[in-house]
Design a protein around this ligand. Structure first.
Ligand code: HEC
Length: 109
């Protein structure tokens, strides 16, 4: 309950409509949506599984360490390539905080 509320609150706080936030959302659509889906659920617009983890699972996300997610995005894990060459650590962190968290807050488990 509390984590769901916290996720919503965070989404609200972390979603100012600045150009930079829009850029990171575009970055997610360009680089991550191919596996994680445009809405982060790991499914394409036709509902087919794409292979990436469901990032919009609020219960799962609430249990993750932010630093670990930031590190996995940079270094990769399993079938997911690392994005160290394309993203700085700060950008990776902002993807987690400003893009992935709001995706999870939008979807009810
Ligand atoms: C080639 C497909 C693919 C692409 C592209 C991709 N991912 Fe993933 N992602 C995966 C898979 C598969 C997993 C599950 C990895 C595992 O745990 O084995 C995953 C897991 C994750 C996780 C969870 C890590 C954890 O600790 O469990 C995060 C966060 C994530 N991806 C973010 C991103 C972001 C942000 C991008 C774009 C910059 C991205 N992914 C691009 C396939 C992809």
């Amino acid at each position: 309950m509390i984590s769901r509320f916290a996720a919503l609150l965070l989404a609200f706080l972390a979603t100012p409509l600045t150009a930079e936030v829009r850029d990171l959302k575009a970055c997610f659509q360009e680089r991550c949506a191919v596996c994680h889906g445009p809405d982060g659920t790991g499914r394409g617009t036709n509902g087919a599984r794409l292979g990436g983890r469901n990032l919009a699972d609020a219960r799962w996300l609430a249990k993750q360490e932010e630093a670990e997610l930031v590190a996995v995005i940079l270094r990769g894990r399993g079938a997911m390539p690392g994005f160290r060459r394309q993203l700085s650590e700060a950008e990776s962190r902002r993807l987690v905080v400003e893009v992935i968290r709001p995706l999870a807050a939008r979807k009810r488990p």
